[in-house]
Design a protein around this ligand. Structure first.
Ligand code: ADP
Length: 600
């Protein structure tokens, strides 16, 4: 036996030994415990299927009943799934019951955990008959007081609300944040964590000259110049100091080497949060708010603003998941930071009938426009409500934004079922979205090869998303164009022609058909990728009218006393169309301003 074979055999023997230990530790099947009528003691593993794939659970049975539960492996969205995991595991252990309510906003994760626990318990002799006998456990807990008084009441714990909470609390004020979901973060959490900042260290290191004026100009152009110029100016002028505040005071880490140029910007100016995700921003802002002593009332939905005889907003009526009606009095004022209304189909249709149920959304389900409706009832004015942005390249099954499809920014092309290109891939989000809907099946196919993949390595960087897409047959990797075309039934000969034509444009440095901007890269080297994509509702540009100090204004342009608003709930910053990377800058800049002004 040569050396190589010897070592392979050694490894195999070792694996067998390790395998037999693992086998001992985790039981495969058992009968019901005869004495207790419940499970047989031991340690069992089970699986459930969550939003991010398999959830692996371990259950320890002692004295015939559940003694411990651990989640061994999962790929659920960080922070959104955290309350589901901790609450359900705790409730199952404490109550020795598998009939526990799901956590709203994390239904799939909750169900996956419970499915995994049951799967493990079946191996301990359990069955649906046995599970049925467990009592139903509710996860809601009640407040001791029905009425509470703070200096500042903030509605919504997304990027704007958390920034406002930190700044208000920094002045010594008593601050409460009402959040209707069990987890903080809103749309900011599920964003790519990009923040446009002119004059950053990253730009200087890359020799990029940028100015506040150029940022203003790009934002106004992107919004077809109907934006509220005063607000755009405030955003642009405060972007750099806000990024510095996030880094130095809040501890947010941005990638030191990374700068992104989103569509419509004249230079690369977006800093990208660590892990390319909004989680970094939300995690750090929440920690800062907790450290400072901000109170959070989770699962608590604000329903109504209450005004006094002088029309000053003085309290907020809310209801929590336990069904308690609560009143939060605000000595100083109320900040609305409830986000947009992308997930509210009826509200979308009311302001723009085109944005109907044909569209899914990239947004979290909480994005239902509550703050706009509440503010309108106390006289707030709104603007730009019909401008609703779709993001062009999303998952056709879930509507969620695809980060793997960011290979488009590295050079991937879009084709239709007939195998032809139909739009400039680097165009505005609304233009690409509309043209995709006009194609056969209202969807499109993104195609790229190794020349493009090697630039951003999107299938590796976003490997969890990639494997989910693969599992759902929404992406395919092939060694040749014929196979690529066959997978989605794309017209093969036309696709070959399209790719050959495009490669000739790349060679000549000019896209003759669509005049594509940015880097042109060829599609010659396999393996190739093809991904099915659709547009999905992404951002609502309209909202309540505010002044530069974030006071909410009524129809006559007067301040509604005691009421402030920041973030996606506000209209005017982005005009008809928000540019990539401007949402996070907007929410943090104006959230901070609202937090400082509400205590004045
Ligand atoms: P922004 O980017 O403007 O901060 P986000 O979407 O990130 O907006 O956050 C908005 C937050 O407001 C979400 O966490 C959402 O659950 C919360 N929210 C929305 N409506 C209400 C409401 N009626 N009461 C309490 N919280 C709400």
């Amino acid at each position: 036996m040569n050396k190589v074979y010897k070592s392979i055999s050694l490894v195999m023997v070792l694996l067998l030994i390790i395998g037999s230990f693992v086998g001992c530790a985790t039981k495969e099947t058992a009968e019901l415990n005869e004495e207790t009528g419940k499970y047989t003691d031991g340690t069992y593993q089970g699986k459930g299927e969550g939003k991010g794939g398999e959830v692996l659970v371990q259950v320890v049975v002692k004295n015939g009943d559940i003694d411990d539960v651990k989640i061994l492996k999962h790929n659920e969205t960080e922070m959104i799934s955290d309350p589901a995991i901790s609450k359900i595991v705790k409730a199952v252990i404490e109550n020795k019951s598998v009939n526990v309510d799901v956590v709203s906003g994390a239904t799939m994760t909750s169900e996956a955990i419970l499915e995994g626990i049951k799967d493990a318990l079946v191996k301990a002799g359990g069955s649906e008959e046995v599970f049925k006998k467990d009592k139903q456990i509710s996860l809601s807990s009640k407040e001791e007081e029905q009425e509470m008084t703070y200096d500042v009441v903030i509605i919504g714990a997304g990027g704007a609300g958390l920034s406002a909470a930190v700044e208000a609390r920094n002045t010594g004020a008593d601050v409460v944040v009402l959040e209707k979901m069990p987890a903080v973060g809103g749309n900011t959490l599920v964003s790519g964590g990009g923040l446009n900042v002119p004059g950053s260290e990253q730009q200087k290191a890359n020799g990029i000259n940028d100015t506040v004026e150029s940022f203003i100009k790009d934002t106004l152009n992107g919004g077809d110049n109907i934006n509220d110029e005063k607000l755009v100016k405030v955003m642009a002028e405060n972007a750099l100091s806000t990024a510095e505040w996030l880094v130095n005071n809040v501890g947010v880490e941005f990638m030191p080497e990374r700068l992104q140029q989103f569509g419509g910007h004249s230079v690369p100016r977006a800093l990208i949060a660590k892990s390319n995700h909004g989680t970094e921003l939300i995690k750090k802002l929440k920690k800062q708010a907790d450290d400072l002593g901000v109170d959070f009332k989770m699962d608590t939905k604000a329903e109504e603003l209450v005004v006094d005889e002088n029309n000053k907003v003085v309290s907020v009526k809310a209801v929590n998941v336990a069904g308690q009606e609560l009143i939060f009095n605000a000595n100083k004022g109320v900040v609305i930071s409830t986000g947009g209304f992308g997930a509210n189909v009826e509200m979308r249709k009311k302001y723009n009938p085109e944005m109907d149920e044909r569209y899914m959304t990239t947004d979290v389900p909480a994005t239902t426009g509550d703050g706009i409706v509440m503010a309108q009832k106390v006289g707030a004015d709104t603007r730009d409500m019909k401008y609703i942005q779709t993001y062009p390249l999303c998952n056709p099954k879930t509507g969620i934004i695809s980060y793997v499809a960011n290979s488009r920014f590295d050079g991937a092309i879009l084709v239709n079922k007939e195998g032809s290109r139909f739009v400039e891939e680097m165009g505005r989000r609304d233009v690409i979205s509309k043209s995709i809907l006009d194609q056969t099946g209202s969807s499109a196919y993104l195609i790229w090869g190794q020349e493009i993949e090697q630039i951003g390595k999107m299938t590796e960087v976003h490997k969890n998303e990639y494997s989910l897409l693969e599992k759902d047959d929404l992406i395919y990797k092939a060694d040749n164009i014929e196979d690529l075309a066959k997978f989605f039934d794309i017209e093969t000969e036309e696709l070959k022609n399209t790719i050959n034509k495009y490669n000739s444009y790349v060679e000549n440095g000019m896209d003759k058909e669509f005049n594509r901007r940015g880097n042109l890269r060829s599609i010659k080297e396999g393996p190739y990728y093809v991904q099915n994509v659709i547009p999905s509702i992404h951002h609502t540009m309209g909202g309540v009218v505010i002044d530069s100090e974030t006071h909410v204004l009524d129809g006559n342009g007067n301040i509604i006393s005691g009421l402030f608003a920041a973030g996606e709930v506000v209209g005017g910053v982005h005009g008809t169309n928000r540019l990539g990377g401007n949402a996070v800058t907007d929410v943090v800049v104006f959230g901070r301003i609202a937090g400082k002004n509400v205590v004045k």
